[in-house]
Design a protein around this ligand. Sequence first.
Ligand SMILES: NC(=O)c1ccc[n+]([C@@H]2O[C@H](COP(=O)([O-])OP(=O)(O)OC[C@H]3O[C@@H](n4cnc5c(N)ncnc54)[C@H](O)[C@@H]3O)[C@@H](O)[C@H]2O)c1
Length: 305
Amino acid sequence: MDRVLITGALGQLGTTLQKVLYKKGDFVIATDIRDATKKIECQYEKLDVLSYDELQRIVEKYEINVIYHLVAILSAKGEKNPFHSWKINMETFQNIIDVSIKSKIKKIFWPSSIAVFGKDSNLNFVPQNAHMNPTTIYGVSKLAGEKLMNYYYHKYKLDIRSIRFPGIISMETKPGGGVTDYIIEMLKASKKGKDYNCFLNKDKRLPMIYMEDAISAIILLMSANRSKLTISSSYNIKGFTATPEEFYSAIKSNGYKIRINYKVDYRQKIANTWPEDLDDTKARKDWGWHPKFGLEKTIKSALNI
Ligand SMILES: NC(=O)c1ccc[n+]([C@@H]2O[C@H](COP(=O)([O-])OP(=O)(O)OC[C@H]3O[C@@H](n4cnc5c(N)ncnc54)[C@H](O)[C@@H]3O)[C@@H](O)[C@H]2O)c1
């Protein structure tokens, strides 16, 4: 049985991941810098991952052997204070790596993002090994993290696994401040019957993934035999691609009568440096990635139709 530590477990991804891993039968300790306000089934501890000593104490106390490190300041929020974002994104990851080497952690999951790409990445169909010149501090820190995981794998055989997630769609929490938050806000507005001001252009296409697919990707990658993994940094994956207008049409065709106004802001400029589509053949070949949710199925599931 895995003895799992999740950091940033009260965020969008962690809220679902901790439940799924706990139900799967792993021992799970969920942690976050905040107090847990909702009921959590697995054990919970407050933990600031910037504190090396606290992290080490929890890893030792619970005899952890697998870590899911989800702490990050996301793309749009990160631009408000780049120095703070770099500190949170990189120092917490370094602490995780250091403790993992000392405590002989057998596997780590650390999510990267499509924010690692940039205008030199062939944005209409980004290959696995694209040129990467990210434009946000978030993308720069994710790219640096990818380089670190590759470095520590070769230096210490530290087994860190990673996925470059596109926008993750789920309804359970408030999104954490990313460029793809618009679809979650649009869905929440639809449920309340409210009009919505979208901060991206109606025809801005981006890759997306439904939460259920995101979680099954993590589980597939983490259970793969390491010898089958041909990438020692992060894997491209996507569920589907969509524009705000396509999401809006799908929501309307399911009977929701809201109106969308397009009020583009600074996030459009970030989205312009992100992929419209990407190649996830390596993930499909190496560890059997196969998404189950397309646009229509995502909308129906998110709206409980
Ligand atoms: N949500 C997406 O669409 C998406 C897409 C690509 C990659 N990712 C990656 O997935 C991971 C999780 O994303 P998310 O959407 O759940 O983010 P989120 O912002 O919802 O959650 C991050 C959590 O980290 C916690 N945190 C912040 N600083 C901390 C610290 N010092 N110590 C402990 N906890 C701290 C926050 O309280 C928050 O609960 C991140 O690494 C993110 O970059 C997410």
